[in-house]
Design a protein around this ligand. Structure first.
Ligand SMILES: *Cc1c(COP(=O)(O)O)cnc(C)c1O
Length: 388
């Protein structure tokens, strides 16, 4: 992506630009894993449930992974779009969530080919009802933590995610379910956690694994940033050979993380306690993880050797609506545009209109053009907040 061209190509800011070539690149890497290992790939749409992304992903993936009824409906619409004769629930749509509701279960089991229950009580309550339509699995908590930060760690103390592996060994007959689901890392750039996790699963469940049809390894790996593919390929091959398992992965961030960029314009600049403050026409509300996790997003214009420093801040009333301090070759002026890079995942889906500031326009870019494909306006805001 040529960010200079990009900045000039959008007709309005804030602009969330999705680079189609970058999405395709990520999908091609995943397709390579798929060819070499025989694993199946689902795009976890919660990272960015945008139809354009799902359209691009469709030829590369075996389906979608979802966490709720709305996501399941959207995935189903996309799966059936080209082939309406396909009955609801016939594409591969995998669901796991702590939040299954009894009043949604019928529809969920129509839409989802695979459901992994999150707890034994969820399983006991609902498995009878869905048994005929969906393939049933359990999310297992392998009790292996690879993260220092509890907020991202599905295996933290008192975890709410998945059936404790010891409990699973004690009280579940694997011939009663079709699959297991594991998801226990966050943005991992090496396969060690996966190898250790499968090791533990094999140690504890042994040949019982052969009773299953499938194993879903979840998301959480940044496949495009992992050089050595062999450990993964060997692992999946082995799971297929030793236990006859269909192995699924369901990446989200690995598909869209690097493909999304936010172009924003400087609205104001002034000095506060000796430091230049630059106010942008975006805010942490367009990228809430900046505030939630106190993470500083990459900025294209940042130059570590630049002489000028400035704190880039959002345009809302919250004092902590701040992206962080960056360095520049030239001071930023009102009207300049800057680009937050690689913010494709977990940004727009978490974005809100706090303070009444609109959501970014969405653009798609490829080698030939940058095209606006979505614009929100006052009517959208109004519809959300006026009593029906
Ligand atoms: C969030 C999540 C994913 C996708 O995770 P990424 O980090 O975006 O790859 C996949 N599966 C489950 C169960 C998840 O919770």
């Amino acid at each position: 992506m040529d960010f200079l061209v990009l900045k000039d190509s959008v007709s309005s800011t804030p602009a969330f630009v999705l680079d189609e070539m970058e999405i395709t690149k990520a999908l091609e890497i995943l397709a390579d894993f798929r060819t070499q290992s025989g694993c199946k790939i689902l795009y976890s749409i919660k990272a960015l449930p945008f139809s354009a992304v799902m359209e691009i992903a469709k030829p590369y993936v075996d389906g979608f992974s979802v966490s709720s009824l709305f996501e399941a409906r959207l995935a189903d619409e996309l799966v059936r779009q080209d082939s309406p004769q396909v009955l609801a629930g016939q594409g591969s749509i995998h669901l796991t969530t702590p939040g299954i509701r009894s009043d949604e279960l019928d529809e969920l089991s129509m839409l989802c080919s695979h459901i992994s229950f999150n707890s034994l009580s969820q399983y006991q309550r609902y498995s009878e009802t869905v048994q005929t339509q969906s393939s049933i699995g359990l999310r297992v908590n392998p009790k292996l933590s690879f993260l220092d930060d509890d907020r991202f760690d599905p295996c933290r103390q008192h975890s709410k995610l998945g059936v404790d592996i010891d409990e699973l060994c004690r009280s579940v007959r694997l011939d009663q379910i079709q699959g297991l689901h594991i998801h226990n890392v966050f943005s991992a750039t090496y396969f060690n956690p996966l190898i250790k996790t499968i090791d533990k699963l094999q140690q504890q469940l042994g040949i019982g694994l052969a009773e299953l049809e499938w194993l879903n390894l979840g998301g959480g790996y940044l496949f495009g940033q992992i050089e050595d593919h062999r450990p993964f390929i060997e692992l999946v091959n082995k799971l297929g050979n030793d236990f006859g398992l269909d192995v699924y992965i369901e990446p989200g961030k690995a598909v869209v993380g690097r493909a999304g960029h936010l172009v924003t314009t400087v609205l104001d600049s002034f000095v506060s306690d000796g430091v230049t403050i630059v106010i942008l026409d975006t805010s942490v509300n367009h990228n809430p993880e900046v505030f939630e996790y106190q993470r500083q997003p990459e900025l294209h214009e940042h130059d570590p050797d630049g002489q000028y420093t400035a704190i880039l801040a959002g345009c809302t009333c919250l004092a902590g609506d701040v992206f962080g301090q960056y360095r520049f070759k030239e001071p930023l002026a009102v009207g300049d545009r800057v680009v937050f890079k690689h913010v494709g995942a977990y940004t727009l889906i978490k974005a809100n209109r706090f303070n009444g500031y609109n959501l970014p326009d969405i653009y798609l870019s490829n080698a030939l053009r940058v095209k606006k494909v979505k614009h929100y306006d006052y009517q959208d805001y109004r519809r959300q907040w006026l009593v029906d």
